[in-house]
Design a protein around this ligand. Structure first.
Ligand SMILES: Cc1ncc(COP(=O)(O)O)c(C=O)c1O
Length: 423
């Protein structure tokens, strides 16, 4: 291990071509990371390579087809390292997380019987709820809910024993909330689910940009991520435990291979998105070398872990800086952990309201200054319902990634102060 370099905003930002842009002389301030991040330059290089140097379908005997296949298989291996999977056979690329979950829900529900049960969670994005609700309805399966506490913004872990039983076929839960920011103890939920004999599903879409995912350690059967949330292209990337991948009868055309990584990936994939995802993972590994003290010769997993750890330290400082201002403004109501002592229990995604300002008006006030933030409820349909903001226009969401700076947090804080004064 070499000694970690101190974080350098300029160098990090130079790795993202989009960050240099401004509009009429006003720089863009991207605080919309939970909706989708900016793309690292390495991603563009990899996608260009896929589209220019070997653009072909896989399975042919000629050069570009062979190269496509070789790079596609290598992309699965790189993704396996990123996800903490045992090998490339446990990796599935797809269009996005939502379609991957719908795809697997259809296969999983095939052997559910009327009277069986599933558990879904109130803290999930609807992508990890609706597919299971629809499948349950079709099969006559009872749905139970894992709730969260509205003061601590944590799952009600104590309710797990009462939710699970001999007929529980599946439990689906969230790793980090796209609304509350809470980081959840998915290992605990998965262990309880497995003990009951249920298939366990984890939505890691919002955790993957902020810390290293280790699907094998979590112990789940299925886990989804979306590379466009971690500096890559629009795509979905899932881990599937070998036992489950083998057991499921694939939804596929007859001539295509029954073996992984083809088995659960119907049709021609976006090879360019797969390579772009490799570029995003290489970016994280570069962070590890540059700011995490990892040697360039260290294994990829170690470099990714160190890169995300360095990014995480930087993000935690941004989160504390944001909280120190937001907490001193009585008009700002944060929905999520806001105690700086517990900031490590959340990702830097903050949902809030400002006095009586409609959330959309707050987002527009930011937009006028070329600051990009979201308003609404971000498909966290159940959370919005529990918190009573589903029909009120929702909340404002400011989310940081490692390319954000403390100066940007200060710019956001200045607008927040202005809005609070008038709200
Ligand atoms: C936690 C979470 N899960 C799932 C999704 C859906 O991901 P995708 O757009 O890849 O379908 C999102 C998107 O915002 C999300 O934040």
């Amino acid at each position: 291990m070499s000694s970690p370099m101190s974080w350098n905003d300029q160098e990090v930002r130079a790795a993202f071509p989009a960050l240099a842009q401004s509009d009429n002389g006003v720089p863009r301030l991207y605080a919309d990371a939970p909706g989708g991040t900016q793309v690292a330059g390495r991603v563009l290089e990899r996608m260009r390579e896929a589209l220019v140097e070997h653009c072909a379908n896989d399975g042919g005997v000629f050069r570009t087809s062979r190269l496509t296949e070789e790079r596609m298989l290598a992309a699965h291996a790189t993704a396996a390292t990123f996800l903490g999977a045992a090998n490339a056979q446990e990796v599935v690329f797809g269009l996005n997380s939502t379609s991957l979950l719908f795809h697997f829900s259809r296969m999983l529900a095939r052997d559910w019987q009327a009277g069986d049960e599933i558990v879904v969670s109130r803290m999930d994005h609807d992508a990890n709820i609706a597919p299971w609700l629809i499948a349950a309805e079709e099969r006559g399966v009872t749905v139970r809910w894992l709730e969260f506490d509205t003061t601590t913004y944590q799952y009600r872990y104590d309710s797990l024993p009462g939710l699970l039983g001999p007929r529980t076929r599946l439990i689906a839960c969230n790793h980090a909330s796209n609304f509350l920011g809470t980081i959840n103890d998915v290992g605990r939920i998965v262990a309880a689910g497995r003990a009951a004999g249920a298939v366990t599903v984890v939505d890691a879409v919002q955790s993957a940009p902020h810390f290293a995912i280790n699907a094998a350690r979590i112990g789940c059967d299925l886990l989804v991520t979306s590379p466009y949330k971690y500096f890559g292209p629009h795509a979905g990337l899932a881990y599937i435990r070998t036992e489950l991948a083998d057991r499921l009868r694939a939804l596929k055309v007859r001539p295509s291979p029954q073996t992984m990584p083809y088995k659960h990936a119907p049709g021609t994939p976006s090879f360019e998105a797969q390579l772009g995802t490799v570029g995003a993972i290489e970016h994280l590994a570069w962070l590890g070398e540059r700011f995490g003290g990892a040697l360039a010769s260290a294994p990829l997993r170690a470099r990714i872990e160190r890169g995300l750890a360095a990014a995480g330290r930087h993000e935690e400082a941004l989160a504390n800086r944001f909280l120190s201002v937001a907490r001193e403004l009585p008009q700002v109501r944060i929905f999520g952990i806001d105690d700086p002592a517990h900031v490590s229990g959340r990702v830097p995604t903050f949902s809030f309201t400002v006095g009586r300002h409609p959330a959309s008006a707050v987002a527009e006030a930011f937009a006028r200054r070329n600051i990009f933030v979201w308003s609404g409820s971000f498909y966290a349909y159940e959370i919005a319902g529990v918190l009573g903001v589903r029909d009120t226009g929702g909340v404002v969401r400011v989310g940081f990634a490692h390319y954000n700076t403390s100066g940007e947090v200060d710019s956001i804080a200045a607008v927040l102060r202005e809005l609070a004064a008038s709200g």
